[in-house]
Design a protein around this ligand. Structure first.
Ligand code: APR
Ligand code: PHB
Length: 391
C-alpha cells in the first residue's frame, strides 16, 4: 500500500491531521492499534480551548460540538472554604472554553473520515518506521494477522506516549525533559447532574479535587491520590465522602451523589522530547509531549500540533515549499513549553505535596490568594487556560 502521509494512531492528533489533510487534497492512511469501539469509548479529558473549538469549527468538525458542548466563561478556584471565580472572558478579551469530551471529538472525526472514504485501519499495529533519513519512508505494520508495509512520503507519529514513533528516532538524537509528581488522579464518571455551573478546582489540606462535567446529567470528578494507590481502596462511599470534605465551603454548597459508572487512576507527568522531527518522521501530540492534566492542555496541544503540521504539509504538497515543515518543531515547541509551564504551575498551585515544608505551604497559599485577589494575576491564569491563538 502507498500513501502520501502515513499516520500512526487514531487519537485526536492522528484523526484531525488526516481530516485536515483531506481538506487540502492530501491523501493519508491512519493505522490504529485498537478497535474503533475501544477508541470511541476511552475516557479522556474534556476541555477545548477557544482556539481548539475554532479549529474544529473551521474544518467542518464542530457541528455536534456546537450543539451539545457547554461553553464556559469562567472557572472556580476553591480554597480556605471559599469560592473565587476566575472570569475567563473578561481576562482575555472575550475568549472562553468549551466543555466537550475528547471521546466525542474522536467519534465526530472518525465519522467524518468515514463519510469521506478516508482510510482509518483499526486493529493495525505499527511495528517499525523505516527509511526516515530517505525520501521514501515506510511503516511496517500488522493487520488481520499479516505483516504489511505502508510506503509514504512522510510519516507522522500520533501514537501517544507509549507508541513506537518516538522510539524510531535514532538513539541520542532526541533531548528529553521530564518530571514526575508525587501524586496521581483518581477519576470518576457519575450519573448525576453537575453540582456547579462551572468547573471547580479545589485545594484542600487533604489534597486537590476537581469537579468537571460531561453533560447536564453526567459529572466527572477527580481526587488527588498517591500514585501507588489502587481503585480497590476506593469504594464509592469513600470517594463521595472524600470529595465532600475537599469541596467543603463555608456556605450552603452541597455535592450531589449518583451511581459511579467508571473509576480509574492516572499518573501525572511532564515530558517533552525535542526536536519533534527527524528527517521524514514528524511527532505530534502525546507522542512528543505530556502535561499533567491540571491545566487541561493535553488535547489542545495535540490539536495545535497537527494544525501547524497540516498547514506545513499543504505548503510542501501544493507549492513544493518545505519552509514551514522545517519550522514545525520550533514553532510547535514554543506553545508546548508555554503549556508545560502553565500545567506545572497549576499542578503545584493546587495539589498537596507530601514533601512540602511549612514554608512551601505558606508560599502556595499566598500564590492562591494573589490569583484570587489580583486582576492581573487572574487575567494571566485566564489567558493561559482559555489558550493563545493556535496559528
Ligand atoms: N500502532 C498503531 N497505533 C498505536 C500504536 C501502534 N504501535 N501505539 C499507540 N497507538 C495508538 C493508541 O492506541 C491511541 O489510539 O495511538 C493513539 C494515540 O492517541 P492518544 O493517546 O489519544 O494521543 P493523541 O492523539 O496525541 O492525543 C492527545 O490524548 O492522552 C490524551 O491527554 C492527552 O488529551 C490528550 C490527547
Ligand atoms: C475533565 O473534564 O476531564 C477535565 C477537566 C479539566 C481538567 C482536567 C480534566 O483540568
Amino acid at each position: 500500500m502507498r500513501t502520501r502521509v502515513g499516520i500512526i494512531g487514531a487519537g485526536p492528533a492522528g484523526l484531525l491531521l488526516s481530516h485536515l489533510l483531506h481538506r487540502q487534497g492530501i491523501d493519508s492512511v491512519v493505522l490504529e492499534l485498537r478497535s474503533r469501539d475501544y477508541v470511541e469509548q476511552r475516557q479522556r479529558a474534556g476541555i477545548l480551548e477557544h482556539g481548539t473549538a475554532e479549529v474544529l469549527r473551521a474544518s467542518g468538525a464542530g457541528e455536534r460540538m456546537d450543539r451539545q458542548g457547554l461553553p464556559h466563561e469562567g472557572i472556580e478556584l476553591r480554597f480556605d472554604g471559599r469560592s473565587h471565580r476566575i472570569d475567563l472572558t473578561a481576562g482575555t478579551g472575550g475568549r472562553s472554553v468549551m466543555v466537550y469530551a475528547q471521546t466525542e471529538v474522536v467519534k465526530d472525526l472518525i465519522a467524518l473520515r468515514e463519510q469521506a472514504g478516508g482510510a482509518v485501519l483499526f486493529g493495525a499495529e505499527a511495528l517499525s518506521v523505516d527509511g526516515v533519513d530517505t525520501t521514501a519512508p515506510s511503516i511496517r505494520y500488522r493487520h488481520g494477522g499479516a505483516e504489511r508495509t505502508l510506503d509514504c512520503d512522510i510519516v507522522v507519529a500520533c501514537d501517544g506516549f507509549h507508541g513506537i514513533g518516538r522510539r524510531s528516532v535514532p538513539e541520542g538524537l532526541l533531548t528529553v525533559s521530564e518530571r514526575t509528581y508525587p501524586f496521581a488522579w483518581l477519576g470518576i464518571l457519575a450519573d448525576v447532574p453537575p453540582s456547579c455551573d462551572e468547573l471547580v478546582y479545589a485545594h484542600h489540606a487533604r489534597g486537590f479535587a476537581l469537579h468537571s462535567m460531561r453533560s447536564p446529567r453526567v459529572s466527572r470528578l477527580y481526587l488527588q491520590v498517591d500514585p501507588a494507590d489502587s481503585t480497590d481502596n476506593w469504594p464509592d462511599e469513600r470517594i463521595w465522602d472524600e470529595l465532600d470534605t475537599r469541596f467543603t465551603t463555608d456556605g450552603a454548597w452541597r455535592l450531589g451523589r449518583g451511581p459511579i459508572t467508571e473509576k480509574g487512576i492516572t499518573p501525572m507527568r511532564s515530558f517533552v522530547a525535542e526536536p519533534m522531527r527527524h528527517g521524514r518522521l514528524f511527532l505530534a501530540g502525546d507522542a512528543a509531549h505530556i502535561v499533567p492534566p491540571t491545566g487541561a492542555k493535553g488535547l489542545n496541544l495535540a490539536v495545535a500540533d497537527v494544525t501547524l503540521l497540516a498547514r506545513a504539509l499543504a505548503h510542501w504538497h501544493i507549492r513544493q515549499d518545505e519552509t514551514l515543515l522545517d519550522g514545525y518543531s520550533e514553532t510547535a515547541l514554543r506553545r508546548v513549553w508555554r503549556a508545560e509551564h502553565f500545567s506545572y504551575t497549576m499542578t503545584s498551585l493546587l495539589h498537596t505535596d507530601p514533601g512540602a515544608t511549612d514554608f512551601d505551604r505558606r508560599l502556595q497559599l499566598s500564590h492562591l490568594r494573589y490569583i484570587a485577589s489580583s486582576g492581573a494575576a487572574s487575567a494571566s491564569l485566564a489567558e493561559n487556560y482559555a489558550g493563545l491563538p493556535v496559528v
